[in-house]
Design a protein around this ligand. Structure first.
Ligand SMILES: NC(=O)c1ccc[n+]([C@@H]2O[C@H](COP(=O)([O-])OP(=O)(O)OC[C@H]3O[C@@H](n4cnc5c(N)ncnc54)[C@H](O)[C@@H]3O)[C@@H](O)[C@H]2O)c1
Length: 391
């Protein structure tokens, strides 16, 4: 590379500069000829690249990797286009616990994993299982199940799962004899592991996702929460993840991935998210680190957690609203308040979409994230970074 004055600055370790960058000379045809003839390189994009950049700026759709500013500076023949990364989960099997409709993070994760080529089995809470199967059978979810390439997400197995119980013997008789449970066989976490082992052999999984939570006293302040409600929330929403890693770990092929879903109430105060649910999320995140260490050393598995922003799933919508104060109008449900607040105060001021959590989960579950374990990763439009409310 030669600079205009003929000094070989690069040879002296200095950045070369080109006089054609001087103000007023940018658009001169002689400038371009001078670049071509003398083989001068400078930071000024050449004319075709400038046109492409201007077109991209006008283009309303968001950047993709190949269209982004970095990609624009490369020719289509550039190796960057030939070595583009993609999430490839072909030949992998996932088990997602906590899918009972098409409106939550579990379903979105199932879709993203299937888009990337994985086979997907789900674990569904018995009280919601019948209606879920009926909706699937009647085609009511066909639009949600459609994948980008024309395929349809077809769950390989739908396994009954009540994450409150590690083994069937822990379920009380009234639960086992309840009409929604009694025909289902072993609906415990161990039962789910046994079904998968029987059907597919051992090892048979690559990806396990814990996408469930329940706290019967979630609408109560922590100060008003009973021991039973608190321990119930922690048991179903956090310990169940430990039990899943324990019991599904041996079924997962080396290098497999475990993932759970948390909420920022684990570390900051969100009035209205009570009943021990904030404690459960704090436990879930702490366990992520310890399980990453133990499962990494024992089996070579990775364990991560996504801390998602607020989203109006069925479970979140069920949290409801705090009771209205005398003379005041009824407040909005908790989740709507949180969505409005996050949208107003996040660096990206738009509501979070479930697919964004799904896509992050697909990445974390793939070999592209082979160096990531023990992490809690925010997928919240950047809200976690803020220290001051603006809206
Ligand atoms: N929606 C949000 O704003 C938000 C934000 C951050 C984290 N999360 C977390 O995401 C995960 C998924 O929740 P979602 O909001 O997508 O709602 P969702 O309704 O899609 O998922 C919750 C699932 O938990 C299942 N479930 C409840 N009790 C169970 C039990 N005992 N055994 C087995 N399954 C049980 C429900 O049937 C349901 O399918 C949860 O861990 C939740 O805390 C949600």
């Amino acid at each position: 590379m030669t600079d205009v004055g003929g000094n070989d600055k690069e040879a002296r370790g200095q950045r070369t500069s080109c006089a054609c960058l001087a103000p007023g000379r940018m658009r001169s045809p002689t400038t371009w000829r001078h670049h071509r003839d003398r083989d001068v390189t400078c930071a000024t994009p050449r004319r075709p690249q400038r046109r492409a950049i201007q077109a991209a700026v006008r283009r309303p759709k968001p950047y993709s990797l190949s269209e982004g500013p970095a990609g624009l500076l490369c020719k289509p023949s550039s190796p960057i286009f030939q070595r583009m990364l993609s999430i490839d989960l072909k030949g992998k099997r996932a088990f997602i616990a906590g899918v009972a409709d098409d409106g939550g993070f579990g379903f979105a994760i199932a879709k993203s994993l299937a888009e990337a080529g994985a086979l997907v089995c789900v674990g569904t809470w018995p009280p919601a299982l019948g209606i879920f199967q009926t909706l699937l059978r009647r085609g009511k979810m066909d639009a949600s199940l459609a994948l980008a390439d024309g395929r349809k997400l077809d769950f390989e197995r739908i396994v009954p799962l009540d994450a409150e119980y590690d083994v069937l013997q822990q379920a009380p008789t009234d639960v086992r004899e309840n009409k929604r449970y009694k025909e289902l066989g072993d609906f415990s976490i161990q039962g789910a592991a046994d079904r998968l082992r029987t059907d597919f052999g051992e090892p048979c999984l690559d990806i396990v996702v814990h996408s469930l939570a329940n706290g019967s006293e979630v609408s109560k302040d922590l100060l008003a929460t009973s021991r039973k409600g608190y321990l119930g929330a922690v048991g179903v929403s956090a310990y169940s993840h430990v039990a899943m890693v324990q019991r599904l770990g041996p079924l997962v092929r080396p290098g497999g991935s475990f993932l759970s879903l948390s909420y920022m109430a684990s570390e900051r105060v969100f009035p209205g998210y009570g009943g021990g649910m904030s404690s459960a999320k704090a436990a879930l995140e702490s366990d992520t680190r310890v399980l990453a260490w133990e499962a990494g050393r024992k089996w070579g598995h990775r364990v991560n957690c996504i801390s998602a922003g607020p989203f109006a799933s069925r479970a979140a919508s069920a949290i409801g609203a705090a009771p209205a104060e005398a003379g005041s109008p009824k407040p909005k449900p908790f989740i709507e308040q949180m969505i409005d607040y996050a949208r107003a105060n996040s660096p990206l001021p738009v509501a979070l979409e479930a697919a964004e959590v799904g896509n992050a989960a697909a990445f974390l579950s793939s070999s592209l994230a082979s160096g990531i374990t023990g992490c809690v990763i925010y997928v919240d439009k950047g809200y976690h970074a803020m220290g001051k409310a603006v809206g």
